[in-house]
Design a protein. Structure first.
Length: 429
């Protein structure tokens, strides 16, 4: 690809960019049509959201069902391309009834970091900052009257000393209640506002002024109990409930003691959470960063969930992680499908949204552990994968089930086999 032809690409319209790429990549008329079909978002809106737009990309939009969270029923929008995730979360939520999920969350406090270099004495600088804490907070709040009017704003600050190869640093944490927003813009603006005053107080110079995605003051928690009888039922009576509980606990303790398993354990949690984050127009990269850094905050990478038996021998699952998500601002109000998702979900605050996400993460993790421990996760995964391959091979309507069913029966799941079966079906019909 000749990049010299891309000079000034950002100045061109989406149609002009698409024509350039069509010629350079030798796209067919059908391939161009795929990029032009921008769905509900629209090319004009997409072009305002990011740079160099030539189209949009879609994900399946499904609903997680059977969720009872703090006594309230939810149908939960989930956007994800991976098979089994929506079905597994729904099944786990069904098995958790009648109790469902108990959830709670912290106030929506975000951390803004201001890095200070070049000071002489840390203790004196710290004393000066803390002595002027109220002035610093007042200056920060002077930049966002709307947030203050909603009961949010800067509430407190912390002063930390960081040792580095370049010498000591001061990092001031500005703690901001962002109410129903994710909060990045508000926090970053406040950090910018107080930076010059902090330089005056410390005699140093400020470098970074930015939000932290390790939102450990904005935790969401969820808890559920899966009864022995329900777990036995989930195996169609093939495995005793007590055995299922023990098998899940053994799987959990591998994750608790082995980072290689723990990475996949936590990835499964995020399968569920990210799907809701994406559906609602929130920042899944920020949520991922916060979750995984929180998992390692002790110095050891650990599971975001924990499991144990209660006195009755039933399985108890709990989850705790930072969830910096919002229902106002950003793509939550720009993307049409995000607006619809929030309406379907019916949450009224960012905290309620975070709690629902925590419940989904716990459900998803439980479902994966149960499947791995009892029947093997590949069974359900391969069934949906076989359908995807059948569609890729060109199957339509009833042909999809016929082709996928044959592949599963033969234990030969591939596009080439799907094409052969499809050809055979059509030849005989």
């Amino acid at each position: 690809m000749d990049n010299s032809k891309l000079s000034g690409f950002y100045r061109k319209s989406p149609a002009e960019r698409l024509e350039i790429i069509r010629k350079m990549a030798k796209l067919t008329k059908e391939e161009v049509g795929i990029l032009e079909d921008t769905g509900s978002l629209g090319m004009e809106t997409a072009d305002m959201m990011i740079e160099n737009v030539v189209g949009t990309s879609e994900l399946p939009f499904g609903l997680g069902l059977h969720f009872l969270v703090n006594g309230k029923e939810y149908a939960i929008p989930m956007c994800i391309e991976e098979p089994s995730v929506v079905a597994a979360a729904s099944f786990a939520a069904k098995l958790a009834r009648p109790g469902g999920f108990e959830t709670s969350s912290d106030d929506p406090l975000m951390i803004g970091q201001i890095q200070i270099m070049g000071f002489d004495d840390f203790e004196k600088a710290k004393e000066s900052i803390l002595k002027n804490k109220e002035k610093i907070i007042s200056k920060a709040n002077g930049r966002d009257s709307v947030l203050i009017g909603l009961g949010g704003g800067a509430k407190d600050l912390e002063v930390r000393k960081i040792d580095s190869e370049l010498g000591n640093m001061i990092v001031v944490h500005l703690l901001v209640d962002v109410r129903d927003a994710m909060g990045a813009n508000a926090v970053n603006t406040m950090c910018e506002e107080v930076a010059p005053f902090l330089e005056d107080l410390t005699g140093g110079h400020v470098r970074l002024k930015i939000i932290s995605n390790l939102a450990d003051k904005r935790l969401a928690k969820a808890k559920a109990v899966w009864g022995k009888e329900a777990l036995e039922y989930s195996t169609k009576g093939l495995v005793r409930g007590e055995e299922v509980v023990d098998a899940i606990l053994e799987a959990y303790h591998l994750a608790a003691n082995d980072p290689y398993r723990c990475a996949t354990h936590n990835k499964g949690i995020m399968n569920g959470i990210d799907a809701v984050v994406i559906a609602t127009g929130n920042d899944f990269r920020a949520v991922e960063a916060g979750a995984h850094s929180y998992a390692g905050i002790s110095g050891k990478y650990t599971p975001l969930t924990k499991y144990y038996k209660n006195e009755e021998g039933d399985l108890v699952g709990e989850i705790e992680l930072p969830l910096a998500v919002g229902i106002v601002g950003g793509a939550t109000r720009t993307k049409p499908e995000a607006k619809v998702a929030l309406k379907i979900l019916g949450v009224k605050t960012s905290q309620e949204l975070a709690e629902v996400m925590a419940a989904v993460g716990l459900a998803q993790n439980f479902a994966a552990l149960r499947a791995l421990a009892t029947e093997g996760i590949q069974r359900g995964h391969m069934r949906l994968h076989a359908k995807n391959l059948a569609v890729t091979a060109g199957a339509k309507g009833n042909e999809v089930d016929q082709v996928s069913g044959r592949m599963i029966e033969e234990k030969k799941i591939s596009v080439s086999r799907a094409k052969d079966i499809l050809e055979e079906i059509r030849r005989h019909s």
